[in-house]
Every structure is written in C-alpha cells, then in structure tokens.
Design a protein around this ligand. Sequence first.
Ligand code: NAD
Length: 418
Amino acid sequence: MRDLFLASPAFQNALKQFDKAADNLHLEEGLRERLRFPQRTLIVSCPIRMDSGVIQVFTGYRIQHTLTLGPCKGGVRYHPDVEIGEMASLAMSMSWKCALAELPFGGAKGGVTVNPSLLSIAELERLTRRYTAEILPIIGPAKDIPAPDMGTNPQIMSWMMDTYSMTEGFTVPTVVTGKPTIIGGSYGREEATGYGVAYVIESILQEQRRRMTEVKVAIQGFGNVGMHAALKLAGKGCRIVAVSNVNGGLYASTGLPIKNLSALQKNSSIQEYKDADSITNDELLTCDCDILIPAAIGRVITENNADQLRCSMVVEGANGPLTVEADEILQNKNILVVPDIIVNAGGLIISYFEWVQGLQEYYWSEETVFTELKKRLRNIFLQTSEYASANRISLRDAALMRSIHRIAQAKRARGLYP
Ligand code: NAD
C-alpha cells in the first residue's frame, strides 16, 4: 500500500513538506512514522447500471489520515484523475488544516475516478448512493464526515445523507456537510472558502498597514473559490486585474468588472467579456500584480515558472498550487507565500459550524456564521504569523509545525493502544 502512495508526485510533495516540519520539530521517530501514512485506506468498487442498461464499475476511495483529535473530515472528489496517492496527500493536508484551525477533527479525503459531466443525473445519483453504501462502515457523525470537493456539490451531499439515513432508519444530517440549508446545511457554505481567502488577505494587509484599495490582484480559477474571493476583494476596493478559467484568462491593468464577470460565468463564460486582453493561464501567473491567488488546481507554480513571478505575495486559494521547489525559489525572491492550510480553511470552518449546528439542532444566522468565520481565520493567521516571526521561518513551515505539534501532543497524551 505504501508503494502505491509513494508512486504519486502529489504524495511525495506532501511527505517532503511533512518531513521538513517534523525535522524542525525534532519529532520522535515513532510519531513520525505514524503520521507519514494514512491510518485507514478503503478502496471500493462501485458497479452502476448505466441508463443504457450496461453495468460499469467505478473505483472509489476513502482515506483517513488520523483519527486522534476526533472524527475525520474531508471532501469527496469526482474526477477522472482521482488516484490513491493524491487522495492520501489531500487527507494528510486536511489533518494539518483541522489541527491548525483547532477543530476536533482528523483529516480524510475520498473520491471516485469518474468524469461526472459524462454521467446523467440518474447515473450520478446511483453512483453516489453505491459509493456511500460501500464506504458506510467507516463514515458517520462520530467517525468521518464527508463534504463536497471538485466534481461534487450540495445535491450529491443530499444523496449521501439520504443513503446513510435510510440505512440507519432515521434522519442523520450530521453525516455530511455542504448540504442544502433545507436539510440542515449552514448559511454561507458556498461562499465560505472564497470569502475566507479575502478575510485572510484583509488581515495580512492590516498587519502590513496597507489599504485594500492599494493592491492589484490576479486570480487563477474563477470557480467557487476564485469567484467568491474576487467578489469580496473587489467589494473591499481591491483592483482585480486578472482572472481565468480552464479556457484562459482576462487581463486589464485598470481592473476588471467582477460582478459582471460573475454573472457571465454563471450563464456562459468569462471569455464572452471583450473589454480586456486575453491571456493564457501561464501568463496570468506571471502578470504584473501585487497579490497572486492560484485558486484552480495543484502544482501550477513550479521550478519552471516561479522565477518569473512579479507579485509580492502568493495566497494559496487552491490546494497545493506550489511545488516544494517553487516554494524555495519564492522564499529566495522574498515573495510572501501564504499557505493553503490557512488561506482556504474557510470552507472547512463553516463545515465545522454546520456539523455543530446539526448536533445541537440549533441553526445560526448568516451574520453569525460570517462573523465567527472572520474571527477564526484572523486568529489562525495572526498566531501562525507570530510563530513564524519568533522562529524566523516561513508561514508554511510555521503552519505545518503548529498543526503537527498539536496532533503529536494529542497522540502523546492518549498513548499507544494496546
Ligand atoms: P471549481 O471547480 O468551482 O473551480 C475551479 C476553477 O479552476 C474553474 O474556473 C476552472 O475553469 C478552473 N480550472 C480548472 N482546471 C484548470 C486549469 N488546468 N488551469 C486553470 N484553471 C483551471 O473548484 P473550486 O471549488 O473553486 O476549487 C478550486 C481549488 O480550491 C481546488 O484546488 C480545491 O481543492 C480548492 N479548495 C476548494 C474549497 C471549496 O470550498 N470549494 C475548499 C478548499 C480548497
């Protein structure tokens, strides 16, 4: 199993980051070994009757990295590139993100290797229900709480929640998060991650005594995270000079009309907008801006392009957009890198709020949700930044060290069974 993980570049990247933090913490060998690989890995086979009558079999995964601090938490991804190593690296990253945010969760990730856009709604529902049934033994409100990720959405969470509830014989809203509000979802989940990116940037600029209106921002990926970050930042006066989707980007040095672009994106595509220069996704990364937010996919900034970046700050909206090599290059260029486990924790934190509201059967207003979110993200950033300054290390090293230290402390406190 370990060889399968190690064959994945995404997992190797996650291990390099973990090993560096573990070295800095002088983590004892036994604990290090326990944290290097997931605690539980379940690979499932999901046979589905397609609309044509043919039976097709999809492979699914649910990987739980650590269960020390509480139930696991992590998304479910439907994508053709889903593979075991990347799932394991994302589960590991979720452990660090939960611990850094001081949430009572461990990290998990799951997914099915499938292109969901090629399935009919009925096929997607059958696949989701079968996948849920297959991973049923290891999920539950006290065991592991899935959430949406790439290729999944509130509808898919509803089917997961319904499948689980039907097998229990009663309604269990707390088995997943990211549900529609009518069945126990929290206000703000859709905007949470993007708004969170904006809240973190606001905190950084406050610390640097800079105004939001002074900065030019470029955002790769105009999906859930990128678009909501752009809307919030533009609302606070930032100049968004570039945005992109998978088909390419737009650039305007005077700033782009973000509200118009989000309306266009909902109905068709940002490419319909003609009052800006067309740029490629590679050009967006190296365009003239103060803050670059990669908010699309992983490993887009590598040793091949890191040297050409012209921003003064990279704020990681996506999971793992930088390779370890790129991180080092940016550090040498004095470009501040704000890591994903701080920046995109907003969705996770609101998922935690959703789980808490479900357990208490007491639901909060939208205002309460966003006030609590902002407070928590600001604290995470300030505490990590203080730790980084005190130890003269990068924000990423500080974030990883603080979260790994927290999990290690919990493991030491609990001891080793049997
Ligand atoms: P999304 O599918 O809503 O949007 C992704 C965007 O990236 C789209 O605009 C798409 O066109 C673009 N894109 C896809 N492939 C691309 C490519 N090869 N080059 C450039 N652009 C490309 O996804 P999302 O929910 O916004 O997630 C974006 C990233 O943020 C992912 O890495 C995800 O894991 C991470 N993330 C998301 C959340 C969340 O709550 N949605 C939470 C934490 C982390």
